[in-house]
Design a protein around this ligand. Sequence first.
Ligand code: CA
Length: 250
Amino acid sequence: MLSLDISQSPNSDDLGYTTRILVVEDEDLIRDMVVLALKEQGYEVVTATNGRAALSLLQTPDSTTTDPIVDLVVLDLMLPQVNGLDICRLLRYQGNTVPILILSAKASETDRVLGLEVGADDYLTKPFSMQELVARCRALLRRQRFTTVPHNQVLQFRDLVLSREECRVLVRGEEANLSPKEFRLLELFMSYPRRVWSREHLIDQVWGADFLGDTKTVDVHIRWLREKLEEDPSKPNYIVTVRGFGYRFG
Ligand code: CA
């Protein structure tokens, strides 16, 4: 059972790209509520009511476009034909990296861990609020948006050179010794020069949405990074503080 259910008023982003979400759920009531909540946010919604339909939709390559078939999957675990865990496992095995949010009636820690281990990105236990569902979807999509930009293997900005493949950074021709988090932060900054990042946004991108610490962590890492990059860390040229907003690169 597969139906294309496309919102009349898609809330596309600045580039005119509409985000499409696949909802896989066999219980009509829950599916309808989820679809409604997501459509209200302007997302395009596609639905499947069993595992096989979901898989066939996700595995059909669309050669006419380079856009992904869907940008996010909201996936129930207990499904007819193929269950949610097997869908996750299979997609990841096939190299499909679409973000997956699992919906499940199973609340035990083991099920949670299992869901994440087979490649889901997040997990929501029934019953859940539609507000929380929308917030989680948004966080996953935000992360995805920034990890799928075309990748230059080497990023350069003024005296800084960052090699993604080698995980190395050269500062004025000398190798800098960055921790993985510092590297990831710098990579993000260098990918979007002049863009202003809030601390929360940096946490989403670098530490992940389930990070439990607070935003001071960002400030600490920025300080360390400045010490390694800037000629005078007290007067930074690369990572600039934008008061009231966060940080900007360049
Ligand atoms: Ca179910």
